[in-house]
Design a protein around this ligand. Structure first.
Ligand SMILES: Cc1cc2nc3c(=O)[nH]c(=O)nc-3n(C[C@H](O)[C@H](O)[C@H](O)COP(=O)(O)O)c2cc1C
Length: 187
């Protein structure tokens, strides 16, 4: 399998991949954790609606076991060892109604999370976004009201020595991409 890195692609994008193995010793300090939130804060959103919120937990803090307890079996194998776990919330509906708060709420949240992952990469960290958790149970755990949704979670941290460089990233079948030519819409 070819590990293709296209010349000219920004190194932060070219070197990004989503590990399922994090260094269980490495701790991210509060300042760097805040930078991840800051990166999300400066993401664009429809009408500047900023339809996002984040439950941010550093491994060892009070929120960490409350997040870990609701992971699915698959993510429970690797996410607890990440330095930081984040639950990504979107403002889906207008309070007390079933009207969409913004038809772009999930789009905007995704973009904010993408900003976080690029900021993480710039800090020498890796990120894996995931849906493998019990959404309802987690929303109940943190008292999330019906008009908000915990859409995804993210895990941030360092990878164990020897797996971090782009040259050595795993040749994982889950990373195979459609050719660029296929992405261009043709009538
Ligand atoms: C919205 C979303 C949900 C995801 N859910 C999971 C998940 O539940 N479990 C998991 O191991 N990876 C999950 N992933 C990670 C993807 O599988 C991964 O990004 C994809 O295989 C591409 O690999 P790469 O990020 O290394 O390029 C998710 C990613 C996104 C963006």
């Amino acid at each position: 399998m070819k590990d293709e890195i296209v010349p000219g692609l920004h190194p932060l994008l070219a070197a990004r991949w989503s590990p399922t193995m994090f260094d269980p010793i490495f701790e991210l300090d509060a300042d760097h954790t805040e930078l991840l939130v800051e990166a999300a804060r400066w993401a664009p959103s429809a009408g500047n609606s900023q339809p996002w919120a984040f439950i941010v937990s550093r491994r060892g803090d009070d929120a960490h076991p409350r997040l870990v307890r609701h992971l699915a079996a698959s993510s429970a194998r690797w996410a607890p060892s990440a330095s930081v776990l984040v639950a990504n919330l979107s403002h889906r509906y207008v309070e007390g109604t079933d009207w969409e708060y913004s038809e772009f709420a999930q789009y905007d949240l995704g973009q904010a999370v993408a900003h976080m992952t690029v900021q993480a990469q710039a800090l020498g960290l890796f990120a894996r976004q995931f849906r493998a958790f019990d959404r309802k149970a987690l929303e109940n755990e943190f008292g999330v009201p019906d008009h908000w949704e915990i859409t995804t979670m993210s895990a941030f941290g360092r990878v164990p020595d020897g797996t971090g460089s782009s040259a050595r990233r795993p040749l994982d079948p889950a990373r195979i991409r459609r050719p660029a030519g296929e992405l261009l819409w043709t009538e």
